[in-house]
Design a protein around this ligand. Structure first.
Ligand SMILES: Nc1ncnc2c1ncn2[C@@H]1O[C@H](COP(=O)(O)OP(=O)(O)OP(=O)(O)O)[C@@H](O)[C@H]1O
Ligand SMILES: [Mg+2]
Length: 473
């Protein structure tokens, strides 16, 4: 419980709600105080006006009938005053009491407007004393007149207003405090859940996910985003682990071979020709190791690269012709027909080096896995969706294995005896992804057709790029 209390106090939501509550309370208090002061002022003003009006009548009576007339009217008004709200006093020039319920003239002087606030008792010992507002008037005859009104009801209203202000502000603060408490508790609860899960994940439970309540609020959105991120991280970690295992496995074989050859050379007396053969075999293994590393590096580069960076306008037609030319000797050696079918030019924004490598891998596969005397065709289409494809008439890849063949270090069963380490198509897939191109493996009946379909935006982008290059050049 104490822990929760401490957490609440350090919660920013709680502090924010509290601060808001205080600010709101303070402004409400200021507003209510203003209303109160205005209301009190208005009530006093009214009381003063009633007294003035009352006094006016009495002054006129004095003007007409002198002190005698005044005394008569005061007596009359005092008698016919059902709620006894009015208080009068008339004293003569010498200060003697002539009329009115008040016993004597007040000792303290009136305020600057000529008004008193008095506590009066009409009878000795009367309790509670009445609160009156009174006005003093000096008459020309030397007599003095005091006209007052009971203001008990006004004071009562004032007290009610005061209570309402104090109570209302207090209630508002209390509600703010409770609201902040409840809000902070709820927020802390949701955040705690996220914290618990992330701690568990940091402790190694990579499969844990944050619970989504389903209300679709910001916390759910945060949970969903975090979960999606965790999903991605988990995938990456898994594929990294797989790649590391594969690398360790694939590199061990050639390294072991290199080591045992060196051992043989050291242990036995070998002549020059034998030594030469051993060194040549060792060099082949070293080359294979180097090419594996290069392939892995290229894949890593393609995967890490961002679209646009290192991109330049690349002519697919020219690229296809170059790669085909490069592979012609190999095709000839295997008595294969290698052809290219491409328009004059088809420009897309691309990473030239990686795209050339991917195409070379596809042509290499087609020549490698198609039996002697087969046919390989490279095709470029310059439509709204530029297309690059390699088709052979070899054994092809069964549909169920096409997805698998794109993974790193995957070689399909029938081809285990041919050289290679299963990285060619993985690079093609990474390069396709970098170019946002669709990679499709299809049945060429017989054989395999691999297509790279560039996004429609590629045309527009390359046209713009060429245009700006032309403008600046
Ligand atoms: N044109 C094709 N016809 C039939 N099978 C293919 C073809 N291309 C690829 N494959 C199959 O897919 C597997 C993966 O190909 P990939 O290019 O990734 O690796 P690899 O050719 O074995 O080795 P590397 O390309 O790294 O030298 C190959 O081992 C092969 O079994
Ligand atoms: Mg290959």
């Amino acid at each position: 419980m104490r822990r929760i209390g401490a957490r609440l106090l350090s919660s920013s939501v709680f502090r924010l709600t509290l601060a808001y509550g205080f600010a709101f309370g303070a402004s409400a208090l200021a507003l209510l105080t203003f209303v109160y002061v205005a209301a009190v002022e208005y009530m006093e003003q009214q009381a003063r006006e009633t007294i003035e009006a009352d006094a006016q009548g009495l002054i006129e009576a004095h003007a007409l009938g002198g002190v005698h007339g005044l005394v008569e009217l005061v007596n009359l008004r005092s008698t016919y005053d059902p709620d006894r709200a009015s208080v009068y006093l008339v004293v003569d020039r010498d200060g003697r009491h002539r009329a009115g319920r008040l016993a004597s003239w007040p000792e303290e002087p009136p305020d600057e407007r000529g008004f008193w606030r008095l506590q009066v008792r009409e009878r000795e010992g009367e309790r509670p004393a009445r609160q009156i507002l009174a006005r003093a008037i000096e008459l020309d005859s030397g007599a003095r007149l005091l006209v007052g009104r009971d203001i008990a009801d006004k004071l009562h209203t004032q007290r009610l207003l005061q209570n309402a202000i104090v109570g209302g502000t207090g209630l508002m603060l209390l509600l703010g405090l409770f609201g902040g408490f409840a809000l902070a508790r709820w927020t802390i609860g949701r955040l705690e859940e996220i914290n618990r899960t992330t701690s568990a994940i940091m402790a190694g439970h990579l499969g844990r996910r944050i619970a989504v309540e389903g209300g679709g609020d910001e916390f759910d959105e945060l949970a969903q985003n975090l979960n999606a991120m965790l999903e991605r991280i988990e995938q990456l970690v898994a594929s990294m682990r797989e790649v590391t295992d594969n690398i360790a496995h694939d590199l061990r074989t050639p390294l072991n071979r290199i080591r045992s050859r060196i051992e043989v050379a050291l242990l036995h007396d070998i002549d020059r020709t034998e030594a030469r053969e051993l060194l040549e075999a060792t060099m082949r293994d070293a080359d294979a190791l180097i090419s594996t590393f290069n392939a892995l590096l290229s894949i890593a580069r393609a995967e890490a690269g961002a679209r646009g960076q290192s991109f330049e306008p690349v002519d697919l037609a020219a690229l296809a012709r170059d790669v085909v030319e490069l592979y012609e000797p190999l095709a000839e050696e295997r008595a294969m027909e290698l052809s290219v079918e491409a328009p004059r030019s088809a420009v897309v924004p691309a990473n030239r080096q990686l795209l050339a490598q991917a195409l070379a891998n596809l042509v290499d596969n087609a020549i490698k896995y198609t039996p002697e005397g087969g046919r390989v065709r490279v095709r470029v289409n310059d439509g709204p969706e530029p297309l690059l494809s390699v088709t052979d008439n070899g054994p092809g890849i069964p549909p169920a294995l096409r997805e698998k063949a794109l993974e790193r270090f995957v070689r399909l069963e029938p081809h285990r005896s041919t050289p290679g380490n299963g990285l060619g198509l993985a690079l093609v897939a990474a390069v396709a992804k970098l170019h946002e191109a669709k990679l499709e493996l299809d049945d060429a009946r017989p054989g395999l057709e691999v297509r790279l379909r560039f996004p429609p935006s590629a045309r527009q982008a390359s046209a713009n790029a060429l245009q700006s290059a032309g403008a600046s050049g």
